[in-house]
Ligand binder design. Structure first.
Ligand code: GLU
Length: 485
């Protein structure tokens, strides 16, 4: 526009204007070149480098490195997204939510996937992809007579409320304070949600606010915790991206989430992630932890030995045994199944177990049997899934499990994924489905319960051992868990 005005202007200034026009043309050319150069979008850059850099925080709902490698809902989603882009993930964990958001806003990370709540304040700094889950924020207290607070104001008047600094909870409290100046709380920089829950459970602080999904996972470990009430309406969780001009990666993530949502896969992934927890009976945790302390030590060495011999994780073997007999070597079922690992007479004979009530023989036999079932599950299946499938087979029989995988395929599910198969196993009770299968009717709901219970026992046991100081002193060498699970 400026150039046109000049050319139409004063005749005497033509030369000058010509000069200006040349400079402008050069500038335009240079700009054009730059523009051409910047045709390479962030998305192109990521694809070319083959790496997607992500910031997250460690946690059961987000990302953690478990016995069979990285896990967590954010991780599952990230892995799919990286596969979709054809690149590798480079995950960096940060304890502080502030560092995570700064990292994205300032371009050190391509995105943040950290169980982040979409909040008003954050939207000024970053751009959020479509939500993958909705949660509420809940006030948590330690259960006991007259301990449940009536509302937030009375809670903070009578006790200490601590929340994670820079969290959505801190932002919510600041908003509420505008209307209720008497509201009081502390924001802690050094510790995370899990630690705050721990402090409430131990009675060191009175209250904290956490996301409902985090509480769902952690309450199993702290049966004393109670939810007083929701302090917010459902809020979305989503991935965060920089707000710059180049929104290529953000757009791709938006397409990715929209597609996952449309095909119903997103709901399945989220539900799958939390379902074994939902099925779990909270009151059972108490009894379980009691048995971990009192009964397990007697059998631990036997479990460790058998696990080492058959390349299993001893905690998995312990979880199976707990599901079977509650670690009672004399357990008997009405159908004649017997012993620590509850072997049938037929299986025991096949395994060379002569005395089923001898815990050593029972554990050795059970471990060998479990290993043979895992080996029978096709090798292309993901390692964790193979274990869950093997356990389902242990419970319902290999033939029925195969039938459930076939039904899963018929119904367009993934016959290699436990998440998908467990939706279909219960159909083995429906004539419409079982009449078409090779092995016919089976109580397909039972293996689902069986496997989900074992997963919960396994999680709680692993958590308990990881937090037990005695674990970190002089464990014999064979206590090191194998990398199988
Ligand atoms: N969703 C919460 C947030 O984004 C998580 C806070 C936390 O547990 O650290 O602030």
């Amino acid at each position: 526009m400026g150039i046109l005005t000049y050319i139409n202007g004063d005749h005497r200034n033509r030369l000058l204007m010509l000069g200006a026009a040349v400079i402008a043309a050069l500038a335009l050319a240079a700009f054009g070149l730059r523009a051409w150069g910047s045709d390479t979008t962030l998305l192109d850059e990521i694809r070319a480098s083959g790496k997607l850099r992500v910031y997250t925080r460690e946690g059961a709902t987000t990302y953690s490195v478990g016995p069979h490698g990285p896990e967590g809902l954010e991780y599952e989603l990230l892995e799919r997204f990286a596969r979709h882009l054809g690149v590798e993930l480079e995950i960096e964990t940060h304890a502080s939510l502030q560092d995570i958001l700064d990292g994205v806003a300032e371009g050190r990370a391509h995105l943040a996937a950290a169980g982040l709540t979409v909040t008003e304040a954050r939207q000024h700094r970053v751009r959020f992809a479509p939500p993958y889950q909705y949660i509420t924020e809940q006030l948590v207290y330690r259960r006991g007579p007259n301990r449940r607070p009536a509302d937030l104001l009375s809670a903070t008047r009578d006790g200490d409320l601590e929340v994670v600094a820079h969290s959505s909870h801190a932002e919510l409290l600041a908003q509420l304070k505008a209307e209720h100046p008497e509201l009081n709380w502390d924001e802690v920089e050094e510790i995370d949600t899990l630690e705050l829950l721990n402090l409430v459970a131990e009675g060191i602080i009175d209250y904290t606010i956490v996301d409902s999904n985090e509480l769902t996972l952690h309450r199993r470990f702290y049966p004393h915790l109670g939810v007083a009430f929701d302090v917010s309406k459902p809020k979305p969780l989503a991935w965060a991206f920089a707000r710059g001009k180049d929104d290529s990666l953000y757009q791709e993530a938006t397409r990715f989430f929209n597609e996952l949502e449309k095909t119903g896969q997103l709901a399945l992934i989220v539900k799958g992630f939390y379902s074994h927890v939902r099925a779990y009976d909270y009151a059972g945790t108490h009894t379980f932890i009691g048995h971990v302390k009192r009964r397990l030590p007697r059998y631990r060495v036997l479990l460790e030995r058998a696990a080492l011999k058959y390349d299993l994780d001893w905690r998995l073997l312990a979880a199976v045994a707990y599901q079977e007999s509650h670690w009672n070597p004399h357990a008997v079922s009405p159908t004649g199944v017997r012993g620590f690992m509850m072997l049938t007479q037929a299986t025991a004979s096949q395994l060379g177990v002569t005395r089923r009530t001898d815990p050593e023989q029972s554990i050795e036999g059970g471990a060998r049997y479990l290993r043979s079932l895992i080996d029978k599950i096709p090798g292309h299946i993901d390692e964790a899934d193979r274990i869950w499938l093997a356990l389902a087979a242990y419970n319902v029989g290999y033939g029925h499990l195969q039938d459930a995988r076939v039904i899963t395929r018929w119904r367009n599910g993934d016959p290699d994924s436990w998440q998908s198969i467990k939706e279909n196993l219960p159909l083995l009770r429906k004539r419409k489905w079982y009449k078409k299968t090779r092995h016919g009717y089976a109580r397909g709901n039972e293996p689902v319960r069986y496997v989900e219970n074992i997963r919960s026992y396994y999680d709680i046991l692993s958590w308990y051992l990881a937090n037990d100081p005695a674990e970190h002193r002089n464990r014999p060498v064979f206590a090191i868990a194998s990398p199988v699970l």
